[in-house]
Design a protein around this ligand. Structure first.
Ligand SMILES: C[S@@+](CC[C@H](N)C(=O)[O-])C[C@H]1O[C@@H](n2cnc3c(N)ncnc32)[C@H](O)[C@@H]1O
Length: 258
């Protein structure tokens, strides 16, 4: 049995009506032909394996978690959006080279695969609650690995099924959390986890600010519902704390429940 997943950000064709008139620069300009080809293949394979619907088993997983009413929403980062995020992170981490990337709520696997193609020395892990989305991510990975063995994707990319608040965050230097559709309680628990676990210097991206004290100018990261989507950026340090608005929102929600 399939249940329609809510996707309030559009019908999944990747383009907002407002965006259709925009004449944008090529987001992959300057990349070598081999990388462009691999990104194009990744997009085609991700499109082919991705499902916008939620199985009954996955619906039960979301119901059992307190992720929030819209947490099962599936949108995804574009190849150009992933490139913007990775290049931004590399500049923040320099002269150290990025080694490991973690996507919390990795959906159908887009950002994980794009990062792995864009930096052939990067280890990339996606953590996702929906078993079906993890399966489709692994399917796209297997097919891309067969097409492009030179990228050594099978040894560098992994998709883990489970709640993001239980993810192993150790050893990652870039973390991306797609927090837009998560409930207030989950956002707060995720922020507390990341503040407690991430080392100083880790570059953290999130759709809604999770931390305060180390925030930078938001970054435009194009995704399936907007070419102009801005994500919050923070470089973790000793002063990084949970963003106060998360505690207030979770507190407000608890009061309303009484
Ligand atoms: C916007 S989508 C994924 C976007 C993806 N990170 C990308 O950049 O392409 C957010 C994902 O978070 C997942 N999610 C929601 N709550 C979760 C939880 N508690 N643990 C793990 N994943 C969760 C949803 O199933 C959904 O696939």
């Amino acid at each position: 049995m399939h249940i329609d997943a809510a996707h309030p950000f559009g019908d999944g064709d990747g383009v907002d009506a407002a965006d259709e008139d925009l004449c944008e620069a090529d987001p992959l300009e300057g990349l070598d032909a081999s990388t462009r080809d691999a990104l194009t293949s990744a997009t085609a394979l991700l499109d082919a394996s991705m499902s916008w619907t939620l199985t009954a088993a996955d619906a039960a997983r979301f119901a059992a978690s307190d992720a929030g009413d819209r947490a099962s929403t599936l949108g995804f980062t574009t190849a150009g959006g992933a490139r913007a995020m990775l290049e931004h992170a590399a500049a923040r981490l320099a002269p150290k080279k990025p080694k490991r990337f973690l996507d919390l709520g990795s959906g159908a696997g887009h950002t994980v695969l794009y990062f792995a193609v864009l930096d052939p020395s990067l280890e990339c892990v996606g953590h996702e609650l929906s078993a079906e989305r993890v399966a489709s991510s692994r399917d796209a990975l297997r097919r891309l690995d067969a097409e492009r063995p030179d990228l050594d994707l099978a040894n560098r990319v992994a998709f883990v099924q489970g709640d993001m608040t239980l993810a192993d965050t150790s050893g990652f230097d870039i973390v991306w959390a797609s927090t837009l559709a998560l409930g207030d309680g989950l956002r707060l628990r995720l922020a507390e986890k990341l503040v407690a676990e991430l080392d100083a210097g880790v570059v953290l991206y999130s759709s809604i600010a999770l931390v305060a004290g180390s925030s930078e100018t938001p970054l435009v990261v194009a995704n399936s519902w907007s070419h102009a989507h801005e994500v919050e950026v923070a470089v973790m340090d000793a002063d990084t704390a949970v963003a106060p608005h998360l505690r207030e929102a979770a507190h407000r929600r608890r009061s309303e429940d009484f």
